[in-house]
Design a protein around this ligand. Sequence first.
Ligand code: PDD
Length: 286
Amino acid sequence: MSRIVYVNGDYLPEEEAKVSVFDRGFLFADGVYEVTSVLGGKLIDFDGHFKRLQRSLGELDMPAPAALDDLLEIHRALVTRNEIVDGLIYLQITRGAPADRDFAFPPEGTEPTVVLFTQSKPGLGESPQAKQGIKVISIEDIRWGRRDIKTVQLLYPSMGKMMAKKAGADDAWMVEDGLVTEGTSNNAYIVKDGKIITRNLGTEILHGITRAAVLRFAREAQMVVEERPFTIEEAKAADEAFFTSASAFVMPVVEIDGVSLGDGVPGVVASRLREIYLEESRKAAI
Ligand code: PDD
């Protein structure tokens, strides 16, 4: 079955879906995106992703497309049409495709480009990796200074992922001025003496939707949360570590730069938070 994708108002088989070569997402990475997970055919944290999308558009003075009001309906239509039980919905909005390549923003009235597609991932919630934990390496964070905006400038995170693979690890945590910012596509946490430590919000990291939910659940479960930067040395000496994202939920980290954490297996805090997150999110899914 050919996947049905959404492009600028139309639902089309993926082979027929086209975007202009002049699209500013393609030429300038002038676009924003969201990734929303689907569990049991329902959307996880749709409201959070929608609000962050609006914020990303606003921060970049990007016109909101007409389709914005209908995004929930479009997400649901794609889930249904592609028979997604567990998986992801990717959404991208760019500043559109003006007549020529020009660094200046296109004239008012240029229609934004809106693309959505699904990725089916049966059993997304039961990841075998979550049972083993994953290995990360640390790399220098050389990204731009507005990481709180979810843009499609993902070359460095993509290179970071490749650096990790080359080093025999699964992912990379980025470090700036000695302090961990975040993972290539996730927010980073350590646990020390039962305390959950994660970088405070700012322009240095993406304001993860999964992060917000996990910290809320942690506090509701009377766990202690400290939002502050931590060094990579502190991380290597931690009892546990984990990361969060819409595609991996809560993922235990068992090794950093070759240093094994705790017993070298997923820690109790990370495992418990994963359980709570999945349970609560499934309940609240729409
Ligand atoms: N990435 N930090 C970065 C740099 C990210 O790219 C992501 C998400 C996160 C976690 O945010 P959230 O919990 O809202 O997914 C943090 C998505 C999943 C991606 O690019 O595929």
